[in-house]
Design a protein around this ligand. Sequence first.
Ligand code: SAH
Ligand code: SF4
Length: 356
Amino acid sequence: MRPAMTSINKTQLPAMRLKDIQSCMKLWKQPMYRAKQIMEWCNKGVLDPHLMRTLPIPLQNRLSEELLCMPLSKKQMLESKDGTRKYLFHNQKNRLAESVFIPETTRGTICISSQDGCVFDCPFCHTGTLPFNGNLSCGEITAQVLMIKNDLRENPAHNELCGVVTHLVYMGMGEPLANEDALHQSIAVFLDKHGLNISRRRITVSTSGVVPAIQRLGEAFGVNLAISLHAATDKLRDELVPINQKYPLHMLRECLDAYPLPKQRHITLEYVMLAGVNDREEDIAALRAFVNPEREKLNLICFNSFENNPYKSSSTEHINQFSQALIKHGIRTTVRRSRGSDIMAACGQLAGKEHG
Ligand code: SAH
Ligand code: SF4
């Protein structure tokens, strides 16, 4: 007899593509059309087999016994005044995954976590100050999106799209390129044309600059790339983004130049504005020397403060002046509006007291 599998080792339903569900149905001697039915429920965000009404009860039971259908449980949901929703999920090992839904007039974006915590320790980032509790699996990454879709179906958002999910960004907790296998698998699930079928142009991976993994990401998927730049000299970047000590700016430069980019598209360079630290005249000069305006755009981000952190955000006025100066020098520059800061859902603020 086969030993009973602990649920942690079971195949996770949200990590399965249609072809995987089809293989499973074949193995279980089920008609093939069942696979499509299951996929359709998953695409709606319904992961509990007992709610998959079109399936016979014995199949519902077998799915829930033999697969891990819901690798995450919802712990909390907070909605901001601006409609942004922050979700806190936990997995079976009590790892946390925090995700944010951002409704805008013409798009609905989900910001996904790839790890519980982060080992990269950027000193201005809240996640970096927390203990690292491990990687999230592919199914735990994709389940964040499916569970939010389910919540939006039951409780629609108030934007014109009523909460349709159009874009995904890996900008939640963790460094996605330090969890490369699960990242790649999850992107493949999102791209699956029988699954959520999200175009690679609507998926963005944000990284602090793990150079070899950026190359592999470009070769495998060519999704949109965002780089946490934050400083354009090695001296300052070594401090603000410590992975720079391993992959300094000249290596990042080479890898960005080689990243596959469709026409009219740009790599986003994220730059959090820290008063007196990286917002000086000399930083404008360093940015002019580093940025390739043909292929890259700069996104200035207000620093979101949190307890016991020494940094201060540059003032809005200063950020606007900094942005104007860069635009004058031919660098496409935008300023990111902060969303959901009243519920600690803004960039770098995810993961609250629950992390102890
Ligand atoms: N680890 C990845 C993705 C997660 S962080 C990365 O570093 O890119 C997502 C973005 O939020 C990054 O650009 C990060 O630098 C930025 N960020 C982190 N802490 C922040 C803070 N306190 N205020 C504003 N942005 C912050
Ligand atoms: Fe990790 Fe990104 Fe935060 Fe740096 S900014 S500590 S890489 S999550």
